[in-house]
Write a protein that binds this ligand. Structure first.
Ligand code: TYD
Length: 208
């Protein structure tokens, strides 16, 4: 597969949980430790990511949920081929702001069969570590409402509660590591860094 020594770490959570700020902070912290690290995000700024942003997230044109799920899966595969896999082959640490579990949680919350969502994402490599930042939907909504208009139905309270419930199930099945995102920023940042450090140490000792 040519993964060699690269590491794929994903940061997940509901809208307004602070994952983008934390992902960027994590990149700086890991870089200071001497690792080669790159920040990237989904949806991407590539062809399919732009379609998602313009036609679904910004405009909410009422595209059916299964089509939305397929578009996210396409964007992800393109992201993997063009960006993530080449970086992993070079041995880099890739910090991805949203990835596979966003599709499971959000498209699952929209009512799609989660097994089907996993199936259409079958060729998306599994992340080495997936960190989930947990906040109450009310907190997430308050944070994003302060910054900008709510963009789509994905960001309603009821929907974010459903998204969070699925994330919690993924935590229970150990697919995600949960960090309490309601603690002070520095505390959350430190806990995320600790989880990543522990993973990197473990991997150095025992391999991927
Ligand atoms: P987000 O990271 O919140 O972007 P921004 O903070 O720049 O607005 O992601 C945009 C939305 O896309 C978010 O509501 C979650 C949704 N999403 C999915 O529904 N499925 C996916 O697979 C991904 C990657 C995102």
């Amino acid at each position: 597969m040519g993964r060699v020594s690269g590491v794929l770490i994903c940061i997940e959570g509901i809208d307004g949980c602070g994952k983008t700020t934390h992902a960027r902070r994590l990149v700086r912290s890991i870089r200071k430790m001497g690792f080669k690290v790159v920040y990237t995000t989904e949806p991407t700024d590539g062809l399919y990511g732009r379609i998602i942003k313009q036609r679904i997230l910004d405009a909410d044109e009422g595209i059916q949920d299964a089509v939305v799920a397929l578009l996210f899966a396409v964007d992800r595969l393109d992201h993997l081929e063009k960006e993530i896999k080449p970086l992993l082959r070079k041995g880099m640490i890739v910090i991805c702001d949203r990835y596979l579990h966003s599709s499971i949680a959000y498209q699952g919350a929209a009512g799609l069969d989660i097994e089907w969502v996993r199936t259409i994402n079958r060729y998306a490599v599994a992340p080495d570590l997936a960190v989930y930042i947990d906040v109450f939907p009310e907190i997430g909504l308050k944070r994003i409402a302060g910054g900008r208009r709510l963009k789509s139905s994905m960001e309603s309270l009821e929907n974010l509660e459903a998204v969070r419930a699925i994330y919690h199930r993924l935590v229970e099945s150990n697919e995600l590591i949960s960090i309490d995102g309601t603690a002070p920023f520095e505390v959350v940042a430190e806990r995320i860094l600790k989880a990543v450090r522990e993973y990197l140490t473990e991997r150095r000792q025992h391999g991927p």
